[in-house]
Design a protein around this ligand. Structure first.
Ligand SMILES: [Zn+2]
Ligand SMILES: [Zn+2]
Length: 377
């Protein structure tokens, strides 16, 4: 089987899965085939697996497995961090052992011998920062600062207390059951860095994603150029194919020469393919994160906005108009049908304002230069 075809198929498959998981619940897609695939992946298949396992294992073993599941997937643990470190360090080691002897080469200048170590250092450093910087833990000491800075919009956020932390819940914050704390401007809990992505470490998360994308793209580029060099070194550029019937000589195509080298020297090829896949998948995620951050929405709020869109579709969202106030001071409240107060039905999402959206550049500025809050002790 053609190795390149397999690589492309793997690439498309992972891309599709990521797309389905990221966008399958969005109101526009959830009623179509993407939505169905999303429910299959997140609801039906897990339900089927759970049902089958319960039957096979019996109640005692099932309980043990649930505890293990809880530890692995529903509480903080370093598994994915270890996996990430093994995968990156292993690939780097193999590249240094098998790829580095080809540099400098026909297509690779000796400056790469300086770029490669600085790339490796920047990847580990950015990962270390993303894994260790406090995401913005809210404590009794700093809750007032958060309350002062993040105002309630009366739509996504209302004044409320966190039932676990027993503290006021500032707008844009959320309690993370894994980190066991409320996190300021929470984006999401990330298993790869084993902590939340919040107001204080969102920038490091972005820097890490960007570093990883360009690190993998650079790695894939190096592997490709090493192979191109091998084609020349092995004299494949001058090779030709003889047609058995006519006896005609025709030069070998680049694609054929490339595949020949790929099959003879598979380790660099495997690293190159892995780097390409990771680079593309993480790049998609990076773009999605950038898109949300640029619109002044966290991943958590994207979900909340979807719920709001849902209630608009069902005709259950009402705008409460203050009689004395001017139009721009409309107060928004979610109400069920039938309430007698003066209000009008919200017909579309455009009627609602995201007060946290200060424009693309300002929103990104807020992510990269967050407000200074007292740190958790
Ligand atoms: Zn809390
Ligand atoms: Zn968390």
């Amino acid at each position: 089987m053609n190795l390149l075809l397999i690589a492309v198929a793997i690439l498309l498959f992972f891309g599709l899965i990521v797309f389905i998981l990221l966008f399958g619940e969005s109101p526009r897609l959830r009623n179509g085939i993407v939505g169905k695939a999303n429910r299959a992946l997140t609801v039906y298949i897990p339900r089927w697996i759970i049902g089958t396992l319960k039957k096979i294992l019996g109640p005692k073993n099932w309980n043990r497995l649930s505890h293990l599941w809880h530890y692995c997937f529903e509480s903080r643990n370093p598994f994915l961090q270890i996996f990430f470190m093994i995968l990156t360090s292993g690939s780097i080691y193999l590249f240094l052992k098998y790829g580095l002897p080809h540099i400098p080469g026909i297509y690779l200048h000796s400056t790469h011998l300086i770029i490669i170590p600085s790339q490796i250092v920047s990847l580990y450093l950015s990962y270390y920062m993303a894994c260790t910087v406090d995401p913005g833990t809210i404590t009794a000491d700093n809750v007032q600062q958060y309350l002062d800075h993040f105002k309630y919009d009366g739509l996504l956020y209302q004044p409320k207390q966190c039932s676990t932390c027993r503290l006021e819940k500032p707008a844009r914050s959320k309690h993370c059951s894994m980190c066991k704390a409320c996190i300021g401007r929470l984006d999401h809990h990330c298993f790869w860095i084993n902590r939340c992505v919040g107001v204080n470490n969102h920038r490091f998360f972005f820097i890490f994603l960007f570093t990883l994308v360009q690190f993998c793209a650079y790695g894939a580029y190096l592997c490709f150029q090493i192979y191109r060099g091998m084609i020349i070194e092995w004299g494949l550029d001058a090779a030709y194919v003889i047609d058995k019937k006519t006896g005609q000589h025709s030069p070998i195509t680049f694609r054929k020469a490339f595949l020949h080298v790929l099959q003879k020297d598979r380790i660099i090829g495997a690293i190159g393919i892995l780097a390409t896949v990771v680079s593309l998948v993480v790049f998609l995620f990076f773009l999605y994160q950038l898109y949300l951050a640029g619109r002044g929405i966290t991943t958590n709020e994207a979900f909340k906005w979807e719920l709001i869109e849902d209630s608009i579709d069902r005709g259950e969202l009402w705008l409460e108009e203050e009689k004395t106030a001017t139009n721009d001071k409309d107060k928004v409240k979610k109400r069920m049908d039938g309430s007698k107060k003066r209000q009008r039905k919200v017909e579309s999402l455009e009627e609602l304002d995201n007060i946290y959206d200060e424009g693309f550049y300002r929103n990104l500025y807020n992510v990269f230069f967050p407000p200074r809050m007292k740190k958790a002790a």
